[in-house]
Design a protein around this ligand. Structure first.
Ligand SMILES: Cc1cc2nc3c(=O)[nH]c(=O)nc-3n(C[C@H](O)[C@H](O)[C@H](O)COP(=O)(O)OP(=O)(O)OC[C@H]3O[C@@H](n4cnc5c(N)ncnc54)[C@H](O)[C@@H]3O)c2cc1C
Length: 219
């Protein structure tokens, strides 16, 4: 039992800058605004040529993507937060940990309790590790039910505990993130996150990032 990888990452792209803002920035250099086609084929070709092929990548910084990410572990958050060229607002354990307080026990480990635990923790491919996470979750629940404050209880949180965040990043930094984190050498969860972020991008923007994806999606 409990031998599965369950990322269950939920990504919503809340907002993104239209392509013509980027092409307009590029055209500023040549004052060639009259050649634009408002994010159409000409603008796309220009962005790909100047931003990607000529490596005038600062022009890509005019494109920003605002995501809401749900369900990653705090282990994954720790890796994501190393990307300094991005903005983060993260669900606070100090203010929200009481969400566990009124839960019934997560033990014994059976199908129902495992499903309940999965709402709070990310499972791995190892049953041994997943059982340890459920026990850690139960320890945390018991601490909170004894009215110990969130500020103390949070020090007993497992790294597998799920979190959520608002995440904003510009296209240049997103290229760097996708290159590093879609790689096979990246940890499996942040790799899944990187691929899911790529999938959530508007179709007409994917050309900017497709060469950064280590293993292109099959569809
Ligand atoms: C496979 C893998 C293994 C890793 N293992 C570890 C590990 O064991 N321990 C660990 O601590 N981290 C580890 N990391 C994290 C890694 O060191 C980076 O912190 C992380 O990938 C963010 O990359 P970044 O600095 O390029 O991104 P960002 O912080 O978003 O920076 C983007 C770019 O801005 C520029 N930049 C940003 N800050 C500076 C600066 N101060 N000076 C000059 N240029 C700057 C660089 O060009 C950088 O690439 C690992 C990452 C990967 C992908």
């Amino acid at each position: 039992m409990v031998e599965k990888i369950s990322c269950k990452i939920d990504i919503t792209l809340l907002h993104h800058t239209p392509l013509h803002i980027c092409s307009n920035a590029i055209r500023t250099c040549w004052q060639s605004f009259d050649k634009g086609d408002c994010g159409g084929e000409k603008d796309i070709e220009l962005i790909d040529r100047v931003g990607n092929k000529f490596k005038h990548a600062s022009t890509l910084e005019h494109l920003t993507y605002n995501f809401y990410i749900k369900g990653i572990s705090r282990a994954c958050l720790q890796e994501l937060a190393r990307h300094r060229m991005a903005s983060f607002s993260v669900k606070s354990s100090r203010y929200t940990l009481k969400e566990l307080k009124d839960e019934p026990s997560f033990l014994p480990i059976n199908e129902i309790n495992t499903q309940r635990a999965e709402k709070f923790i990310v499972f791995t491919s190892s049953e041994r590790v997943n059982h340890a996470s459920i026990h850690a979750l139960e320890n945390l629940r018991q601490i909170l039910s004894e009215n110990i404050s969130n500020d103390l209880a949070k020090f007993a949180m497992p790294e597998s505990y799920r979190t959520e965040l608002s995440f904003s990043i510009n296209a240049r930094s997103l290229q760097n993130f996708l290159s590093l984190r879609s790689s096979k050498s990246a940890l499996w969860e942040i790799r899944a996150l990187a691929l899911a972020i790529f999938e959530s991008l508007p179709e007409e923007h994917k050309f900017i990032f497709k060469d950064c994806i280590a293993q292109p999606p099959t569809h």
